[in-house]
Design a protein around this ligand. Structure first.
Ligand SMILES: [Zn+2]
Length: 426
């Protein structure tokens, strides 16, 4: 069975090579200066799921997910807080790792930081200058956009329509973008370079980190749709200008939409991943992500999260019931093989939950990192047994009392023809 993914670059479904591949993936990560927004969890979750699934299909997958710890936003936020920018970047990197760890999907294979890739970035820029693709000016270095004929290929941006990305008299052409930025007065940290002290531009960080960890050519590049232009267009221009094929398939996930009117009452105005994990729990968030196709925008509302919680409860209940049927695992693989269609896979999981195909249900949920077994505390297990025997003896008063005690502990009770099961309410 072939596996197809929609690529922004070719604007069609692209087939992956046969297993074991390899599949080398670079997915743009977060800029670390505060707790990440819940929207930043989508590319992370998608990348981790894709890796889990491809590995389950026999692929050798390497996932690189960078941490942008050198950026304007880091300097700005650090200045606001009155702390050093490197100190803030270090602290916020810790928050990022902590919060994404709690999604329970594992870690990417490599999580390079821009600050640890400066020598490779400088080498990359020097090669572009040597080839006439970039030029130094007033302590900074700019990419000569006009030198790259395919500019706009990824995003559809037309060179002649482009306005300056960052207006600046140091540029030969307004459309050129910075590869290296000279240190500004308010910036408290800088790195040495052949052009003087400064720091890399955001786009070159990713081109250099992708090359360092995956080589000049790799299978998949991912990130949010908001990165398609200018970030990914510029990455592609830089790397192709060095003669690298760079990424073959470009995945752009749709954005989470938090409209003003639909603003979450449960989460307030600061919709960080941390806040969502604390308020709703990781499995509700994962089910929420499953319900939308990765390429489409999805509304992020309390109603959507509430619906995910209801679905999670239904799955947990189905997982403690006896097996009554077998599920069509091939259909599940077919759904994911067709542009990683998680809403279609989710529909199959619901079908399996309702017809008692428990084994396939557990296998499918496990793939997405959703728990399928529950540790029942000893006292709840005693209550479960008490209810089961009370019901067998038609002692309804004792059976009800046991159920009430189980429920007051936050667990639910489900009676089935084989006995009584308990499961934790999400
Ligand atoms: Zn990037």
């Amino acid at each position: 069975m072939s596996i197809r993914l929609y690529s922004t670059l070719s604007r069609r479904l692209e087939e992956l090579p046969d297993a074991p591949g390899p599949i080398r993936m670079y997915v743009c990560g977060s800029t670390v200066y505060q707790r990440i927004h819940v929207g930043n969890s989508r590319p992370f979750v998608l990348a981790m799921w894709l890796r889990r699934w491809l590995r389950s299909r026999g692929y050798e997958v390497t996932l690189v997910h960078n941490i942008t710890d050198v950026d304007d936003k880091v300097y700005e936020e650090a200045a606001k807080l009155g702390k050093g920018s490197r100190e803030l970047a270090e602290e916020a990197t810790g928050w990022f790792v902590q919060d994404t760890d709690e999604l329970g999907l594992g870690r990417p294979d490599v999580e390079p930081r821009a600050s640890e890739t400066i020598p490779e970035i400088v080498t990359f820029i020097e090669a572009l200058i040597a080839d006439g693709k970039a030029y130094a000016s007033q302590g900074s270095v700019y990419f000569r956009v006009g030198s790259y004929a395919d500019y706009g290929q990824l995003s559809g941006a037309r060179l002649e329509d482009m306005v300056a990305q960052e207006p600046n008299p140091a540029k030969e052409d307004e459309r050129d973008f910075a590869l290296w930025k000279s240190q500004k007065a308010h910036e408290d940290a800088a790195w040495e370079s052949p052009w003087g002290p400064g720091r890399p531009g955001w786009h070159i960080e990713c081109s250099a980190m992708a090359e360092k960890h995956l080589g000049p050519e790799f299978e998949i590049h991912g990130g949010g749709l908001d990165l398609r232009f200018p970030h990914h267009e510029n990455e592609l221009a830089q790397s192709r200008s060095r003669g690298y094929p760079f990424a073959r398939i470009w995945l752009h996930n749709g954005m989470l939409e938090l409209g003003d009117e639909k603003m979450s009452k449960s989460l307030g105005n600061v919709v960080t991943l941390r806040n969502v994990l604390d308020t709703w729990g990781r499995e509700v968030l994962l089910l929420y992500h499953l319900s939308g196709h990765w390429r489409k925008p999805v509304d992020f509302t309390d109603a959507a999260l509430e619906s995910a919680r209801t679905q999670l409860a239904g799955f947990r209940e189905a997982l403690v019931m006896p097996v009554r049927a077998a599920g069509d695992w091939g259909a599940f693989e077919e759904a994911l093989g067709d542009d990683f269609n998680t809403p279609a896979a989710l529909a199959l999981l619901h079908g399996w939950a309702s017809n008692g195909a428990r084994d396939e249900l557990a296998r499918g949920l496990d793939l997405f990192g959703i728990g399928t077994t529950f540790d029942v505390p000893a006292e709840l297990e005693q209550l479960r047994v008490r209810r089961e025997s009370a019901r067998a003896g038609k002692d309804w008063a004792s059976a009800d009392a046991a159920r009430d005690e189980i429920e007051s502990a936050g667990w639910a009770v489900t009676d089935h023809p084989g006995g009584t099961a308990v499961w934790p309410r999400p």
